[in-house]
Design a protein around this ligand. Structure first.
Ligand SMILES: *[C@@H]1O[C@H](CO)[C@@H](O)[C@H](O)[C@H]1NC(C)=O
Ligand SMILES: *[C@@H]1O[C@H](CO)[C@@H](O)[C@H](O)[C@H]1NC(C)=O
Ligand SMILES: *[C@@H]1O[C@H](CO)[C@@H](O)[C@H](O)[C@H]1NC(C)=O
Ligand SMILES: *[C@@H]1O[C@H](CO)[C@@H](O)[C@H](O)[C@H]1NC(C)=O
Ligand SMILES: *[C@@H]1O[C@H](CO)[C@@H](O)[C@H](O)[C@H]1NC(C)=O
Length: 354
């Protein structure tokens, strides 16, 4: 993942237009509901199949389209399912509420690309529940929110190794994903690769389950989890998802059994470690009971240092953690006292007389 982060941005549109243009197969569509032209302009909009609830097309709207939001709203009034592609680039729309009735985008090779729209503040596709193919929302400098409150299913897949299935990046510095959007767009079982230069929004009204500081009963923590010499471990018992760093320093922990429900750690800030564990002199095992995914854009991602001496022989924990790190290119993502998991495996046991 790390090597491929920057490549897609130079290649998104040219690559896709080339790769996807050969596929023009709407054979399972009502011929009356195929909009073959794709490019929506003031000339072509008259032939858009307005009355169809399922439209098959590679819809393309850009700055040359010369269409108002009202014209688009009228064209898309009945469209609930779009099979093909939706590309909206370089336009000046504030939101895409003209597509508020759209519920499903069915796509195989492409999907949704909303990029380079200088005025866009939110998508506002408020009825959109399912997306497939690829999902790109990039380089919209005013975009602060996706606003996809109904999104439930994202079965996203990129057929190209250098291009992620999801990229939500380079939008407004204030951009953030809601917890619900983050969970769906980061579902590793359904999405094969992602790039996020984003963050998760702090919940406006923290609840028992969604908190911004560790709390008893909390399941989703948005913020760093800092554990020091004094910490009430009841506060992490129920924690499942951490959107921030796990920082454990100078604690008395001997192992990580206290994180009994923790499944995912997501740290989208590339300057921050996802896991930072230092100076825990009693810590002898780094095995997390349930941790299955770590999202990190940091060069290292997971760092263990100066803990109990025996921890550097715990290569099994090292591999287990590293296997949870996103992407195939995670080889250097996990270090224990500057050792890789392979280095650790080669070390003899502490009492084995090295
Ligand atoms: C659609 O728009 C794109 C980008 O402006 C252009 O390259 C392409 O030729 C257009 N296709 C048609 C059929 O007009
Ligand atoms: C969406 O943009 C239109 C202008 O195109 C504006 O009238 C409308 O209020 C906006 N909707 C929201 C929810 O901001
Ligand atoms: C969105 O869905 C709701 C509930 O099904 C429906 O009442 C509403 O009309 C839809 N919105 C649009 C813009 O179609
Ligand atoms: C741990 O505590 C010691 C002594 O209080 C302090 O010198 C050290 O900086 C602490 N380590 C970390 C990582 O905070
Ligand atoms: C990432 O973390 C750094 C250091 O904590 C902070 O200054 C920066 O604002 C963060 N970036 C984002 C996008 O939140």
């Amino acid at each position: 993942m790390k090597n491929s982060i920057f490549l897609p941005f130079f290649c998104i549109l040219p690559c896709f237009l080339k790769l996807a243009s050969g596929q023009n197969d709407f054979s399972d569509c009502d011929p009356k509901c195929v909009f073959q032209i794709g490019n929506l302009t003031s000339k072509s909009i008259g032939s858009f199949p307005k009355k169809c609830s399922k439209v098959c097309s590679k819809i393309y709207i850009d700055e040359t389209s010369q269409l108002s939001a009202a014209q688009l709203k009228s064209a898309f009034k009945d469209m609930k399912i779009l099979s093909g592609r939706l590309e909206i680039v370089h336009t000046t729309f504030k939101n895409l509420s003209f597509l508020a009735g759209l519920q499903t985008v069915e796509a195989n090779a492409f999907g949704v690309d909303i990029s380079g729209n200088p005025g866009l503040e939110e998508l506002g596709l408020t009825n959109l529940t399912s997306i497939s193919g690829i999902f790109f929302v990039t380089m919209n400098p005013k975009l602060k929110r996706l606003k996809l409150p109904s999104l439930k299913n994202a079965q996203l897949h990129s057929p190209y190794t250098m291009t992620p299935a999801v990229s939500v990046s380079f939008n407004s510095p204030q951009f953030c994903l809601t917890l619900q959007e983050a969970k769906i767009l980061l579902n590793h079982r359904k999405i094969n690769s992602f790039v996020f230069f984003s963050k998760v929004c702090k919940p406006g009204n923290p609840t028992k389950k969604n908190c911004v500081v560790p709390k008893i009963g909390c399941e989703n923590l948005v913020g760093d989890l800092k554990i020091g010499p004094k910490f009430d471990f009841k506060k992490v018992k129920t924690l499942k998802f951490l959107y921030g760093s796990l920082i454990v320093k100078n604690s008395s922990l001997t192992d990580f059994k206290v994180f009994e429900n923790l499944m995912e750690i997501v740290q989208m800030n590339s300057t921050k470690l996802a896991i930072d564990v230092q100076d825990n002199k009693n810590l002898q095992s780094a095995m997390f009971p349930k941790l299955r995914r770590i999202y990190t854009d940091h060069m290292i991602g997971v760092l263990f240092k100066s803990n109990h001496n025996s921890l550097k022989f715990d290569f099994k924990s090292c591999f287990s953690i590293r296997n949870a790190v996103n992407g195939p290119d995670n080889h250097f993502s996990t270090l224990f006292d500057d050792l890789s998991c392979e280095d650790m495996e080669k070390l003899k046991k502490p009492n084995g007389g090295r």
